[in-house]
Write a protein that binds this ligand. Structure first.
Ligand code: OGA
Ligand code: MN
Length: 213
């Protein structure tokens, strides 16, 4: 019989406290909140990368349809997005994907999650915008397993700016401020959530999904 310790050594397994904390939180609560997932300098680089993309390529309204559809849509969500192409990543995005991919490999290895694909976009919520309570599977994509949001706001995002991510793990809502470097990960198919109205400034983030086959 192979001892467990030997097996881990064979798999070249090094326990990662950050990822272990994420796994433990997800198992217990269906969501995980990690402050400092990206450090201050990584946040600055990623924010610059977001703003440069905005200048160069522009962002699109989160869901574009005909005029009526678009009007309806504004009452649901008001953010603007730009999908990130991993094959054409900027140096800042390279750092982002290195960390995400390390995490995905870890989750697949330790939890057999079977994450096979991922997708990420930048998001800007201008002042006055929000995203009403929803599930991330409403577009009939049941391959979305975990939702991830990483905030790229300036260091001082006071509570008066609004823009909280509100989770509904039970009927008791949990408000989470979009503080820079903070990462929130939650089950896409079961956890309802919303983005509260941004009262001042603009709210910057990277949002993405880890998907099964
Ligand atoms: C989404 C979403 C949450 C956030 O884009 O589907 O729920 O905090 N985003 O930006
Ligand atoms: Mn969502």
């Amino acid at each position: 019989m192979v001892q467990e310790k030997e097996l881990f050594e064979q798999l070249d397994f090094v326990e990662n406290p950050l990822f272990e904390s994420i796994i433990a939180q997800l198992l217990k609560k269906k969501y995980a909140i990690v402050d400092g997932f990206f450090d201050a300098s990584e946040v600055i680089s990623l924010r610059e990368s977001l703003l440069e993309t905005y200048e160069v390529k522009g962002f699109k309204k989160s869901a574009i349809g005909n005029w009526i559809q678009e009007e309806v849509d504004k009452t649901v969500r008001g953010d603007f997005i730009s999908w990130i192409d991993e094959s054409k990543k900027s140096p800042a995005e390279e750092i982002f994907f290195r960390k995400i991919n390390t995490m995905v490999n870890y989750l697949n290895k330790t939890c057999f999650l079977g994450i096979f694909e991922k997708e990420f976009h930048y998001a800007i919520y201008p002042k006055g915008t929000f995203y009403k309570r929803h599930l991330d599977t409403f577009k009939n994509d049941d391959r979305r397993k975990l939702s991830m949001v990483c905030y790229l706001n300036e260091a001082n995002w006071p509570a008066s700016n609004g823009g909280e991510l509100t989770l509904y793990p039970t009927e008791t809502a949990l408000d989470i401020l979009p503080l820079p470097g903070r990462m929130v990960i939650f089950e896409s198919q079961t956890l309802e959530h919303e983005v509260k109205e941004v009262k001042a400034s603009q709210r910057l983030s990277i949002t993405g999904w880890l998907k099964t086959r």
